[in-house]
Design a protein around this ligand. Structure first.
Ligand SMILES: Nc1ncnc2c1ncn2[C@@H]1O[C@H](COP(=O)(O)OP(=O)(O)OP(=O)(O)O)[C@@H](O)[C@H]1O
Length: 224
């Protein structure tokens, strides 16, 4: 009989709740994720998907419970300093600098990180290679999302927090997104995805957040 302990999950949410504006948004969440794992968050508008990602990113603190990274509470300042360097956050705000080139818009994140050399390949993979030297102001919505995805690849941090990553992407863009998520996980990366849109992520865990308030009748009900 082996007495070896099972490995700690890389990230553990232990009975976590979260308030926003003094209102309970998340209640008693338990999740454990090992390297290579993926969690897909679903739920209606306002159910707390972005709040969940914000909390993992350290923008909101749990009101109860704890978030452990390698067994350490991420709200401890010493732990958070190292933990936040593991994270790559993709939000609906794309932080595109309109007057910079498309390549600069990826490379500046890489340089800030003290890294170099992956931005062009990342843009090529996302189908934007031929636009690399154009000004970012001429990018469409979907192309802007592809720039954000190229940043993920160029920065190459292990934990991805993706808020609605497929919004504005065409069918090929969604396939690319699914591909880079699969590759990232194959290398041991962890992915959290909050989404309304269907996305194929092999062996992902799904967490459907409950609606916060009983729904009142809307225009859609009246049309039925
Ligand atoms: N800046 C804010 N300040 C206070 N409360 C907020 C703020 N943003 C959102 N909330 C509240 O937090 C709750 C959860 O919002 P959140 O954005 O996490 O939901 P969501 O599931 O991501 O929604 P959506 O599907 O619309 O993106 C909402 O009910 C909202 O009222």
């Amino acid at each position: 009989m082996s007495l070896r302990k099972p490995p700690l999950p890389r990230i553990l949410l232990n009975n976590v709740s979260c308030l926003r504006n003094a209102q309970q948004v998340l209640r008693n969440i338990n999740v454990s994720i090992h390297d290579g794992g993926a969690l897909v968050l679903t739920g209606v508008n306002g159910s707390g998907k972005s709040t969940f990602l914000r909390m993992l990113a350290g923008f909101s603190r749990p009101s109860a419970g704890e978030i452990l990274w390698n067994g350490h509470d991420v709200t401890d300042s010493g732990v958070f300093h190292d933990y936040k360097l593991q994270l790559n956050w993709l939000s609906l705000k794309n932080a595109i600098r309109e007057k910079f080139t498309v390549l600069d818009n990826v490379q500046m994140f890489e340089v800030l990180e003290g890294k170099f050399g992956k931005s062009m390949d990342a843009l090529e993979l996302m189908g934007l290679g031929r636009l690399a030297n154009e000004k970012a102001r001429m990018l469409s919505m979907g192309q802007r999302k592809r720039v954000q995805l190229a940043r993920l690849l160029a920065l190459d941090r292990p934990i991805w927090l993706l808020d609605e990553p497929s919004v504005a992407l065409d069918a090929e863009g969604v396939k690319l997104l699914e591909y880079i998520i699969a590759e990232h996980r194959r290398k041991g990366g962890i992915v959290f995805v909050a989404t309304h849109l269907p996305i194929e992520i092999e062996d992902a865990m799904f967490l459907r957040l409950p609606q916060r308030f009983p729904r009142r009748k809307t225009m859609v009900d009246l049309l039925d």
